[in-house]
Design a protein around this ligand. Structure first.
Ligand code: PRX
Length: 662
């Protein structure tokens, strides 16, 4: 934990207040309403959350307890209440007469559209839940979901929730090795996958990766692999163990009584990178998580019955959990689910889809905005101005800091200076938005996620847990537990406690792991990046340690150090400094080895983890006590002059060698 690198970089002071013609009906119509909610939370914290939990969710057994802090930081919310997440996402809308409303407008990679109503989604979920039950899956069992963006993906997650099974979705771009790690850690009894996924006109393997993951060993817990046929690609099939999903679904009834689980029952485990060790299984609850997924749809996205909501995140990430699978459905919204990628068949795909689906709320990542901005500069025909984007009223940004230039481009060219941008700061661990503008109320500042949502007690503190002055950088913390926070690291309570609630800060503040500062004039938050060894590449979170471990597991590699450097499109790019178990390669040979190592990392973790730059050296810059000086490596990766003191280096000459790009 270090704050000494955090300095204010803030120079932004433009404020934008798009005049929207829907503010009168907005959930939070103005700053007075926002402030009233914040005051309510400050005056009666438990009463505030209890009210929201009653208003947003349908409880089978109403709760009488709100927050239980007796075993802090293992907090419990609404512990004696019972509910079911899939009931809240589906049945309650059907029971209220909204069964014919479209829940999902699915668009496939090649542009086919399938509409699924709430009634239809409910029967799909019930059939899938009955399949799971027929295979012996019970409450508390873990089910891995390794599926593309699809109706089946959402259905599988909801079906697990319906019977109280705990899902763990693995992003389809992760490798067999990453999948194996997660199967072993969760002890999953079932894997749901597809033959292949269709992305950008290509078919990519999924079932083959599952076979490979199982062959890596320690997967005795897995009893079956359920396979959905998407592309009819050729796959191997172990009779009796591998099962085709479709014929099993056809046999099942479309009725399935939900299992009423305790509010604290784990809804899912989602793996994310930490600064040390293997990825951690972030465990979320049912009641608290679903409450915030629903409430933030209303506050941050101002969801209304006629909206067409579109969050472009994959269900393999937390954004896809909260703002594809759970939030929009619990809020009873119509949403777009998209199988493909933003650049296929060309870089106007998003704009074309906003036009054809009449999308009103569009939520994506800065990396996509930057890439599409660049494409439209190179090719006028894919520029958003060629499309009718008048249906849009709110736009979101998530996953990484949005630089003011990208913000302005998005604001002007996509939103026509009419649509507020909600820059939402949050994390896998927080379950839902933490700091974000309220679209009808908060004046917007490019590059700032503005202010915390009502009830979220964020603060910026120094290394001893004391508040810092506005204008000063520090550690972003949340001072009070909130309902959608993670409940544990699966199977590793010690890692949960020491990683997120460090004793140095008093043991009860949640440490986000980001540096932040608040502007002096506006008290808006600016997120200044991770304080630990976590990288953010295109909004995807990766630990430097994970990439280093993958590199050193290659037979040629003796040692590796990985750092991030700024990148125009992906935000951050991975730069790896590698010492080989052989003489320093040169020219074509060096390029060849770098390519092999890149592919190796792709296989070990997934393509997103492939280093953009690889530099070879006879050694790494180390202090006399053997510690790698990463700060020097960061400067080299950025191509900066080295201004740091290098007098403690054991081997200063190595710096010149590492500066040589391949
Ligand atoms: O560093 C912050 C960055 O992404 C991290 C969380 O990553 P992950 O758990 O994968 O969740 C991403 C989607 C919620 C944070 O610690 N981050 C996320 N959103 C923003 C952000 N940084 C700046 N601004 C944001 N809006």
């Amino acid at each position: 934990m270090t704050t000494n690198t955090i300095q204010s970089t803030a120079t932004e002071n433009r404020l934008f207040t798009p005049s929207v013609n829907w503010s009168a009906t907005a959930a939070i119509p103005d700053m007075a309403a926002y402030k009233a909610l914040c005051d309510e939370a400050a005056n009666d914290y438990e009463g505030f959350w209890a009210r929201l939990a009653r208003e947003n969710l349908t409880w089978h057994t109403p709760f009488t307890q709100v927050l239980d802090e007796s075993n802090a930081p293992f907090y419990q919310w609404f512990a004696d209440g019972r509910l079911n997440a899939s009931y809240n996402c589906l049945d309650r809308h059907v029971e209220a007469g909204r069964g014919d409303k479209v829940a999902i407008r699915f668009e496939s990679d090649n542009g086919e559209v399938t509409l699924v109503t709430y009634s239809n989604l409910l029967s799909r979920v019930n059939k899938m839940a009955n399949v799971l039950k027929s295979l012996g899956v019970q409450k508390g069992d873990r089910v891995m979901i390794y599926l593309p963006m699809s109706i089946e993906g959402v259905t599988a997650m909801q079906a697990c929730a319906r019977i109280g099974a705990i899902h763990s979705v693995v992003f389809g771009g992760f490798s067999a090795k990453a999948l194996n790690d997660r199967i072993v850690d969760t002890g999953a009894s079932l894997i749901i996958t597809a033959d292949e996924q269709a992305r950008g006109g290509k078919n990519l393997p999924l079932k083959d990766n599952v076979d490979e993951a199982l062959a890596l060993g320690d997967c005795e817990s897995v009893r079956h692999v359920l396979v959905n046929i998407r592309t009819h690609g050729s796959i191997s099939f172990r009779e009796g163990f591998d099962l085709h999903l479709e014929p099993l679904l056809a046999r099942q009834s479309d009725q399935c009584e939900p299992v009423w689980v305790e509010a604290e029952h784990p809804l899912f485990i989602l793996y994310t990178s930490g600064s040390t060790g293997t990825p951690k299984g972030v465990q979320h609850s049912t009641g608290g998580y679903l409450l915030w997924a629903t409430q933030t749809m209303k506050w941050t996205f101002d969801i209304k019955p006629n909206d067409v909501f579109w969050c472009t995140a994959d269900i393999g990430w937390i954004t896809g959990h909260t703002y594809v699978c759970y939030g929009p459905l619990s809020a009873g919204a119509t949403q777009i689910v998209f199988e493909g990628i933003p650049t296929y068949p060309n870089a106007s795909r998003f704009w074309k889809m906003i036009e054809s689906h009449r999308c009103s709320i569009f939520h994506t990542a800065p990396t996509a905005i930057r890439a599409l901005n660049k494409s439209s500069e190179m090719d006028e025909s894919v520029h958003p101005k060629n499309f009718d984007l008048s249906s849009l009223r709110i736009m979101g940004s998530v996953g990484e800091p949005i630089n003011p230039e990208a913000w302005m481009w998005y604001y002007k060219n996509v939103g026509g200076e009419r649509c507020p941008i909600v820059d939402t700061f949050w994390q896998t661990e927080t379950g839902g938005n933490m700091i974000a503008p309220m679209p009808a109320a908060t004046p917007l500042m490019p590059g700032s996620c503005t202010m915390p949502l009502p009830g979220i007690m964020t603060a910026i503190v120094d290394e001893t847990g004391h508040d810092v002055e506005n204008g000063q950088g520090g550690l972003l913390v949340v001072k009070r537990p909130w309902p959608s926070m993670l409940r544990n690291v699966w199977g590793n309570p010690q890692r949960y406690k020491s990683g997120y609630f460090p004793e140095e800060l008093g043991g009860t503040y949640y440490l986000a792991g980001d540096g932040a500062m608040r502007y002096v004039d506006t008290t808006y938050f600016q997120i200044m990046g991770r304080i630990d060894d976590i990288l953010n590449v295109s909004g995807h979170r990766l630990g430097t340690m994970e990439v280093e471990s993958a590199l050193v597991s290659h037979h040629l590699v003796a040692e590796a150090a990985v750092v991030g450097r700024p990148d125009d499109v992906s935000g951050e790019a991975i730069c790896a400094f590698v010492v080989l178990k052989r003489t320093l390669p040169k020219g074509a040979e060096a390029l060849e080895i770098a390519k092999e190592l890149r592919n190796w990392v792709g296989q070990e973790i997934g393509p997103i983890a492939k280093p953009k730059d690889i530099r070879f050296g006879d050694n790494l810059p180390k202090t006399r006590s053997g510690k790698i000086m990463r700060r020097l490596l960061r400067s080299i990766a950025k191509g900066e002059e080295i201004s740091q003191d290098t007098s403690t280096l054991e081997n200063p000459a190595i710096l010149e060698q590492l500066k040589q790009a391949l």
